[in-house]
Design a protein around this ligand. Structure first.
Ligand code: NAP
Length: 219
């Protein structure tokens, strides 16, 4: 019998259900890698809380996940906005009572300048979105993280060897590797802290790479 990819995914999720009863927050999850992670967790039984900056994107993503039988709520959350970060945690706890998984996926890459030519405002934005907000979100989430909970940062292959034209972005992703180790010690034994470092994934974010010849030649 021929099954479409979506049907195969659904069947696999139904068999596994490794996240039944778990509650997972995924930031920046209305498309791309974050959406994929939310979908996978949801198909394996988790109640997922998805979020991103735009209400329309949140609504559309919630709808897509619900049609797959996933228990999901959506909350608008620009990760740099303290009120919206608080609201993300509050809405999750109001609805589900606790948090088992936090996937910190949001990132920005606003510049292709060499590091020494990068404006201070751009440096601030990179640190803020790619590193600092992950910490601030966890500070708010940690009172609700139970024994056996899990935190996942989304880093990048560029963390290991920052690419020219994406140098400073890569450095922020290297920082996430250090943050993972530091927090794994700090949050043990109740919470595991891990990091995923994807290679190239053809998402909207990666359009930036494929659109820019300097970047393509360096990747
Ligand atoms: P993407 O497809 O462009 O998706 C970005 C998602 O983030 C969207 O849902 C977007 O929705 C949301 N978003 C953007 N800025 C946000 C912010 N400040 N606060 C909250 N949500 C925000 O990106 P992606 O390729 O999946 O990338 C996800 C992660 O994977 C990033 O950490 C990236 O560094 C990492 N990564 C990607 C690749 C790759 O090749 N794609 C490789 C290595 C690592 P709204 O527009 O509604 O906010």
């Amino acid at each position: 019998m021929f099954l479409s990819q979506r049907e195969r995914e659904k069947k696999r999720g139904e068999k596994m259900k490794r996240f039944q009863g778990k509650v997972a927050i995924v930031t920046a999850s209305t498309q791309g890698i974050g959406f994929g992670i939310a979908q996978r967790l949801g198909l394996e039984g988790a109640s997922v809380v998805i979020s991103s900056r735009k209400q329309k994107n949140v609504d559309e993503a919630v709808e897509k996940l619900r049609t797959q039988g996933i228990e999901v709520i959506g909350v608008v959350c620009h990760v740099s906005n303290p009120q919206q970060r608080k609201n993300l945690i509050d809405k999750t706890v109001q609805k589900y009572g606790h948090i088992d998984v936090v996937v910190s996926n949001a990132a920005a890459n606003p510049s292709v300048d060499n590091i020494l030519d990068t404006q201070e405002s751009v440096l601030d934005k990179l640190w803020d979105i790619n590193v600092k907000t992950s910490i601030l979100l966890l500070q708010s989430a940690s009172p609700y993280l139970h024994k056996g909970s899990s935190v996942v940062f989304i880093s990048s292959i560029g963390a290991y060897q920052p690419q020219a034209s994406m140098g400073m972005y890569g450095v922020t992703k290297t920082a996430l590797l250090g943050l993972t180790k530091a927090l794994a010690t700090e949050m043990a034994p109740n919470t595991r802290v891990n990091c995923v470092a994807p290679g190239f994934v053809p998402t909207h974010f990666a359009d930036f790479i494929t659109r820019n010849e300097d970047v393509v030649s360096n990747v």
